[in-house]
Design a protein. Sequence first.
Length: 236
Amino acid sequence: MSYDQILISDLEIMAGAKNYRGWMYRRLAPYIGKRVLEIGSGIGNFTKLLLDRDLVVATDNYQPCVDYLSSQLGEKLKAPPILLDAAGEIDPELKQHKFDTIVCLNVLEHIEDDLRALEQMHGLLVPNGQLVLLVPAFQFLHGSVDRALGHYRRYTRKDLLPTMQRAGFLVDRSFYMNVIGMAGWFWNNRIIKRTEESEKLIRIFDRYVAPVAELAERLVPPPTGLSLIAIGRKEQ
């Protein structure tokens, strides 16, 4: 299976993880404003949850995803989806939208020059605008699925936060989520070495595990997790 096929397959599998996506949204929603630029929208799994905002500009660096977004969400979005490489040349006219939030979920690990990508995002925000960033956590979990999906790295606070700061962001908050998911990811990626996520296992996790894990982590915030969330602010 080609990289493009694996990527689309992964997005389609995750489209069915509604409980997990809802959990993620509830963790991120307090930091998402009204004028949103989404970096790496994929097939719109998270974009669909942002349609009540004043403006959402959905972007991806893969044309089939942009085409999919246009066909499935075009009428619901107030601006057309666009092709965008976060580490490449960015049309300065994007600034006219005056974004108060950039949402970038499970994307930065795909970008070799992550510092440049963060610098570009910083430049697209209005003063006091926020970057809502979610990345896969802990390099010891990096395995077969990461490689198949083109992940250059996984992150911890110790490497992500200084990179955000070098890009100009003041890091307001950072926290891990989905500690229980670490065991499954380690088993699939480091032990049996799958090359794509299991739709069956994702479905079981989403139905039975995610709701309990969300409640548990609400009561006791975990010191570690499968994902790392960081909120960066562009100062005046």
